[in-house]
Each structure stands twice: as structure tokens, then as C-alpha cells.
Design a protein around this ligand. Structure first.
Ligand SMILES: Nc1ncnc2c1ncn2[C@@H]1O[C@H](COP(=O)(O)OP(=O)(O)OP(=O)(O)O)[C@@H](O)[C@H]1O
Length: 248
């Protein structure tokens, strides 16, 4: 369970988050949508402790994130970054096993490699991909590797940051389906940031829309098309006209 309560965060006097309150129950997949620069990434960074809120509280399974042991806390998270963010100098298997080769989750090298190969298989990649370098892979394969890395350490919570950016619509669909399957199968709590409405429909149990520094709407994905909320409606339908001002 992730609980954000009245989170405020400003940068250089400019408020970005003005009281974000959001709960994601254990095992639920919540997708955060909202315009560019509305603070979706900042919200996630606050949960991960990469940014400190000015006020408000964030609890994960009842524990205040600012007061827990960081290493033990982060060991419970998996993260798929925008653009996969693989280390070019490392072969694929070491990218996947990154957290299993160092720190609190360290395993013997052979075991870490076996886990990496098993996770690669889970995301549809053959074992011979393990010894290739990221530059030798297509964008879709790199995303799969990023996904394998996110699940390698069996996390309880996974963050997906723009998981389909840069992929063609078919590959985006494949990655969305894979994310949904893995989230369900592992029973993890998932939080995804995306602009891609097809991702929202494929991945979400619940949808939260961030606008003007607050969660304007939060509800089940089944209500997306009849929410009755003019902000959500404009966003979902990609309309230039509506309560959200489009900067031209
Ligand atoms: N470290 C920082 N220092 C100063 N300003 C920041 C910092 N991090 C974020 N911001 C500002 O906070 C605002 C929200 O940024 P954020 O990256 O969270 O937006 P976003 O909703 O994730 O956008 P996008 O969808 O384009 O990725 C932006 O105006 C950004 O410039």
C-alpha cells in the first residue's frame, strides 16, 4: 500500500505539487496521467526518496518513507526507466542482474546470471541475448531488458516511467501486455506514468490524473470514458478545447 497525503513540493518558489493525496492498495496497478510538466515524475521521485517533499507524508505499508532505512526500503522497489536506461558498457545479463551483483541483494555471480537468464526468458528474450551489449539490441528489446531488470530482484512495488516511449504502436502493445501479465502474476503494486492512452487501458486498474498540482480525478479504469470530469475527458480525448489550457 502506497499512501501519499497532502504532498507539497516547490522548486525555486514555483509550486509543482500543491497537496497530492493518493492511495494505491497492495497489488493494484495505478497509472498516473497528466500534461507535460505537471509533476508526475516529481511525485514518483518523492516516493523513492529522490526528492524531498516540502510537506505532507508518504507511507509505504504504513512506514513513513523519510524515516526508514534507505537500502532496505529501495530493495523492495523495481523501476523501469524511460528509454530503458541500460548501461552500455555491460552485457545484457549484468544489466538485468545489476542489483543482484552488489549491495544488500548481492548473490553469487553464477546464481545472478541464472536469475538474469530466467527473467530474460520471462520477457520473451532468448538466453543468447544475455551476452550481447545494449547497443546491439532494438528499442523494443531494450525495453524488455529494462523490464527484466525491474523484476530481477522480485520487488513488491514497481514503477514504470513512460514504458512505451519511442516504440511503434505494435511493440508498445506487446510491452503493455507484458507489463500487465507480469504485474498480475507477481501480485506487485505498480505505479506507471504515461502519456499513452493505450498503455493506460492495458495496464491500469485505477487511473489518477494530476493537474494544477493536485489529483483532479482518481477512479477505476472502467470509468475513464464516462467519468463526467471535464479535465479527464479533455485529456483522454486529446481535445485542444476544454478547461485545461493548451499552450500554443
Ligand atoms: N530538480 C528540479 N529542479 C527544478 N525544477 C524541477 C526539478 N525537477 C522537476 N522540476 C520542475 O517540476 C515540474 C514538473 O516536472 P516533472 O518532470 O515531474 O513533470 P512530468 O509531469 O513528469 O512531465 P513529463 O510528462 O513531461 O515527463 C517541471 O516544471 C520541472 O521543470
Amino acid at each position: 500500500m502506497i499512501e501519499l497525503s497532502a504532498i507539497h513540493k516547490s522548486f525555486g518558489g514555483t509550486p509543482v505539487l500543491r497537496g497530492v493525496t493518493l492511495s494505491v492498495p497492495k497489488g493494484e496497478s495505478c497509472v498516473i496521467i497528466g500534461g507535460s510538466g505537471t509533476g508526475k515524475s516529481v511525485t514518483i521521485k518523492c516516493v523513492l526518496g529522490l526528492a524531498m517533499p516540502d510537506s505532507g507524508t508518504i507511507r509505504v505499508d504504513g512506514q513513513d518513507v523519510t524515516r526508514t532505512d534507505r537500502d532496505a526500503f529501495l530493495a523492495r522497489f523495481g523501476m523501469l526507466f524511460q528509454g530503458a536506461a541500460l548501461f552500455d558498457s555491460m552485457p545484457v545479463w549484468q544489466n538485468v542482474a545489476f542489483r543482484l551483483l552488489r549491495g544488500t541483494l548481492k548473490r553469487p555471480r553464477r546464481e545472478a546470471r541464472e536469475i538474469a537468464i530466467e527473467k530474460l526468458r520471462r520477457v520473451g528474450l532468448r538466453p543468447d541475448v544475455a551476452d550481447l551489449y545494449p547497443a546491439e539490441l532494438s528499442g523494443g528489446m531494450q525495453k524488455r531488458v529494462g523490464l527484466a531488470r525491474a523484476i530481477a530482484a522480485e520487488p513488491q512495488i514497481i514503477f514504470f516511467d513512460e514504458p512505451t516511449t519511442g516504440l511503434d504502436p505494435i511493440m508498445a502493445g506487446v510491452i503493455n501486455d507484458l507489463i500487465r501479465e507480469i504485474v498480475t502474476e507477481m501480485g506487485v503494486t505498480a505505479v506507471t506514468i504515461t502519456h499513452d492512452m493505450s498503455s493506460v487501458r492495458a495496464i491500469a486498474d485505477s487511473v489518477a490524473m494530476l493537474h494544477d498540482g493536485v489529483i483532479k480525478w482518481h477512479g477505476p479504469v472502467s470509468r475513464l470514458d464516462d467519468s463526467g470530469d471535464p479535465y479527464l475527458d479533455q485529456f483522454v480525448n486529446g481535445r485542444a478545447e476544454g478547461p485545461i489550457e493548451a499552450v500554443r
